[in-house]
Design a protein around this ligand. Structure first.
Ligand code: HEM
Length: 156
């Protein structure tokens, strides 16, 4: 009985966390439809970008619909804490031909521009940018600041 209570308690807690996240996002004007539109608009612009486009396309040629679905799940799971995404972002960016730290700066600028053009609320813009900036920093650190990656024979 105690175990069942515990399971019920945990499920209720999980439901509460999800409901709270949804309410917080709704206050900022962020819902699933907005995330879908943001992902579609942003990656449309990525594809058209003279420097970002080719780096993405080398890896994603023929697989763009899959990538968009994954990115929608990624943002949805961060926004609504619902576990919709379970991938490995760092691994996905390893070995991408032509990727540089400077491209991450361009990625963030394009993301910011897209949010402005979509008339996201100020709070939504700030939330998306803070989140993207944090993840971009951790990707840059993982990709460019790991001595073991720069020199595979060196063990840390
Ligand atoms: C210059 C910057 C970036 C480039 C060139 C880039 C490129 C890519 C490419 C080509 C993939 C597909 C990998 C594959 O399926 O084989 C990918 C996946 C992904 N990217 Fe990026 N990306 C960049 C920045 C970012 C940033 C800033 C974020 C987060 C805010 C991000 C989040 C993701 C995620 C979540 C995936 C899916 C990983 C998975 O397979 O689970 N990327 N990226």
């Amino acid at each position: 009985m105690a175990m069942q209570d515990d399971l019920i308690g945990r499920a209720a807690n999980r439901a509460e966390i999800i409901a709270r996240a949804q309410a917080q996002m709704a206050e900022m004007g962020i819902d699933r439809a907005f995330i879908d539109r943001l992902v579609e608009t942003f990656y449309g612009r990525i594809q058209a970008h003279p420097r970002l486009g080719p780096v993405f396309d080398t890896r994603l040629s023929g697989r763009w619909p899959e990538h968009l679905a994954k990115m929608k799940a990624f943002w949805t799971s961060i926004a609504f804490k619902n576990g919709a995404y379970g991938g490995k972002p760092v691994q996905a960016h390893h070995g991408l031909a032509g990727i540089t730290e400077g491209l991450f700066v361009e990625w963030l600028a394009l993301f910011s521009e897209t949010l402005d053009d979509m008339k996201a609320s100020e709070e939504a813009r700030r939330w998306f940018m803070a989140t993207a900036d944090r993840i971009a920093r951790s990707l840059v650190t993982a990709l460019f600041c790991n001595p073991a990656l720069e020199n595979p024979t060196r063990r840390v």
